[in-house]
Write a protein of this length. Sequence first.
Length: 367
Amino acid sequence: MVPVMEQVRVGVIGCGIGIVHLEGYELDPSAKIMALAGLDEDRCSMLVQRFNVPQRYRDYRDLLANPDIDAVSICVPNHLHAEVAIAALRAGKHVLVEKPLARTVEEGEEILRVAREEEKIVGIAFNKRGRGDMEYVGELARSGHLGQIYYVKAYWLRRSGIPGLGSWFTNKALSGGGPLIDLGVHVMDLALWMTGNPEITTVSASTFAKLGPQGKGNWPKGRFQQVDGGEYGVEDLATAFMRTSTGATIQLEASWAAFSKETDEYGIELMGDKGGARVHIKDYAKVGEVGIFTDLNGSMVDVAPRLYEQHEHGRVIQKFLDSITTGVPMSPSGEEGLERVKVIDWIYRSAEEQRELQVAPAAVVLS
C-alpha cells in the first residue's frame, strides 16, 4: 500500500523535455517544485530562473540524495531510463518516466520489480493521452459509444524528421530503436488504451532503413543537429499489423523520414459497429481535426466536435500527483509502459525474422 500525502515535492531530471514536466507541475497546486538536475548548463540555468527552482544539480544522484524530494520526473535519453528510474526508486522516490519505459523488456521488468519492492508508484509519460481531442475520442471509445471496435489505424509519419542523424537517437544501443520506439509507441499506446488494453495475439511487421543511411531525412531548420561520424543503426520506417484478443486488428505505421505527402502528422482512426472516429494532428497543432461518424434517423452523419487545447504533460502529471496524494491507481502506469515495450520487441522480432509471430498471452492483465 502506497502511503498518500497532501503535497508532493518534486524534482526533474533532464533539461530537454523536462521543460514540459516543469510546466505541468507548475500548473498543479498539489506539486511543489524543489530541484532540477541536468548537464546542459545554459538550458538548465534558464529553466531554474523561469520556474524559480530552489536547487540545481549537475549529477542526478545528488538530487536523489535530497530527502526533501518525494517524486521525480525522468527526462533523459532512453539508455538511461532504467538506471535513473531504479536509482530513484531505491532512494524512496515515486517516478514518472518519459516514454518509452525502457529500451528492452528486461529493463522494464527490473524497474517494476524494484517499484514493487520499494512500494513506489511508476508512471509513464504517454502525454498524447492528455490532449483534449484524444481524451474526447478515447472516452467515446472506452464507454462503448462506438460499439465494438474491430479496426484501428494508428500512425505517426514524418517526411523529414530524424531527430539528429548520428545522435543517440540513431544509435540502436542507446535508443533501442528508431521511429517505432520514439513515435510509434505514442500512437500504439493510444490505440490500445482506447480499445481497453486488449492482449496482442499476433504480430506481422516490417522495418526499413532507406533514407537515414543515405544521410537524408534529418529534421529541418536545425532543431536537431546532425552529428558527424555518428552511426545510423535504426529503422526510418516501421509498419505492423496486429491481431488482438477481442478480435480487433490494429494497423501501425511510424516513420522519421519517407517520400510521402505527410509533413509531421499523427493520428488514430477507429471503426466500431455503432460508429467510427478519427483524430488527425498536423505539424503539432494544439487541437487536431476530429470527426465522429455515425447514423442519425436513417442518414449518415459526420460530427465535428468543438474541442479545446490542454497541456498534454500536465494532464498526465495531474494523474501522477493524484495517484500519490489520494492513492488512486496511476494510468498511464508502469505496467502499461512495459506492455508497450513488449509489443515493440515483438514488432522488431517479426521484422527481423520476416514472419508473423504468435504472441504468448500477456503476463499482466490491465483494466
